[in-house]
Design a protein around this ligand. Structure first.
Ligand code: NAD
Ligand code: UDP
Length: 308
């Protein structure tokens, strides 16, 4: 089994590469290291692993067979994709097109790492896959949301018109070791602030909700989805929902640092609530997260203590 993982030097991609290697796959990691890092894959000693420095928004020629393409390449944190707006649109559009073409050429199965952001600021909660979403097409987050919506559309078009064997994972907020300390997402922000003895920066009044999935659970879900025969989108995430204020309290408790809070403006179009309905993942994949938030956070705090 030969798997190609785009974005393989990123947070989720590097964990997925390791899972695949453990499962006996040969793994080609394709990454341009824009938001990922060599550090994330440095520890992979396997001869079955190869990293290729390439921007997948440009066509990619690979010799030999490929059985599976996991397409994860894309900036993912709001800070990153707002700093890289054109690159984000390009990788969602051209990057996905190039990887679908490669999958067609190689007759490989293709999995798109999509996102809960396709639901925008949802008016339905929890969000089932049948919900079409509430996305501002011209707001600052649209570079990411619309790129992913386009990526889903072109993936389904290759499935319908070329008979390509495709999968769409709608990934909800995921956390764990190898998140970048400064990627601006709430988990690394709160943990690094707590460890440095600084107050946690709550955007808005902190009443907005998120549901956090530990990375090991998440990559297991991606693998199961790829190995299934299900072509419709599947939510992969943890349905346990917390307000950001509750989440701040949990981080302070786990780090043992009662640093307090500072409140700043809520970013434009920040979704008010986000919680996956994972009925489909349970029924089709027999998957659900098993790692409790506090356990996953302890492991993540340990990681940040070492690199901070
Ligand atoms: P990340 O930034 O750590 O990883 C993304 C990787 O893609 C990086 O290694 C980056 O260098 C690479 N990349 C970006 N543009 C590229 C290009 N043009 N060519 C080649 N490589 C490129 O982010 P992540 O959290 O690991 O996210 C991975 C994927 O999962 C993304 O597609 C993201 O949209 C999706 N996702 C993640 C989350 C989450 O909570 N982590 C939630 C929803 C969706
Ligand atoms: N957030 C926050 N403080 C921070 C970073 C983020 O209050 O230092 C909030 C943010 O406004 C959002 C939630 O935490 O409501 C999750 O933000 P993140 O950037 O992690 O991901 P998102 O779910 O918005 O893509």
């Amino acid at each position: 089994m030969i798997s190609l993982v785009t974005g393989g030097a990123g947070f989720l991609g590097s964990h997925l590469c390791e899972l695949l290697l453990r499962g006996g796959h040969t793994v080609l990691c394709v990454d341009n290291f824009s938001t990922g890092s060599n550090q994330n894959i440095r520890g992979i000693g396997s001869e079955a692993f190869r990293a290729i420095n390439h921007d997948v928004s440009e066509p990619l020629a690979i010799e030999g067979d490929i059985d599976y393409i996991f397409h994860l390449a894309s900036p993912a944190s709001p800070v990153d994709y707002m700093e890289l707006p054109i690159q984000t649109l390009r990788v969602g559009a051209m990057g996905t097109y190039n990887m679908l073409e490669l999958a067609k050429e190689k007759r490989a199965k293709f999995l798109l790492a999509s996102t809960s952001e396709v639901y925008g600021d949802p008016q339905v909660s929890p969000q089932p896959e049948t919900y079409w979403g509430n996305v501002n097409p011209v707001g600052p987050r649209s570079v990411y949301d619309e790129a992913k919506r386009y990526a889903e559309a072109i993936t389904m078009a290759y499935h319908r018109y070329h008979g390509l064997d495709t999968r769409i994972a709608r990934i909800f907020n995921t956390y764990g070791p190898r998140m970048r300390l400064n990627d601006g997402r709430v988990v690394p922000n709160f943990i690094s602030q707590a460890l440095n003895g600084e107050p946690l920066t709550v955007y808005g009044d902190g009443s907005q909700t998120r549901s956090f999935c530990y990375v090991d659970d998440l990559v297991n879900g991606l693998y199961r989805l790829m190995m299934s025969d299900y072509c419709e989108p599947v939510n992969i995430g943890n349905p346990e929902e917390h307000t950001i204020l509750e989440f701040a309290q949990i981080v302070m408790r786990i780090t043992g640092k009662n640093v307090g809070l500072v409140f700043t403006d809520l970013p434009v179009d920040d979704p008010k609530q986000r919680r996956p309905d994972i009925t489909r993942a349970r029924e089709v994949l027999g998957w659900e997260p098993v790692i409790q938030l506090e356990d996953g956070l302890r492991r993540t705090v340990e990681y940040f203590r070492h690199i901070a």
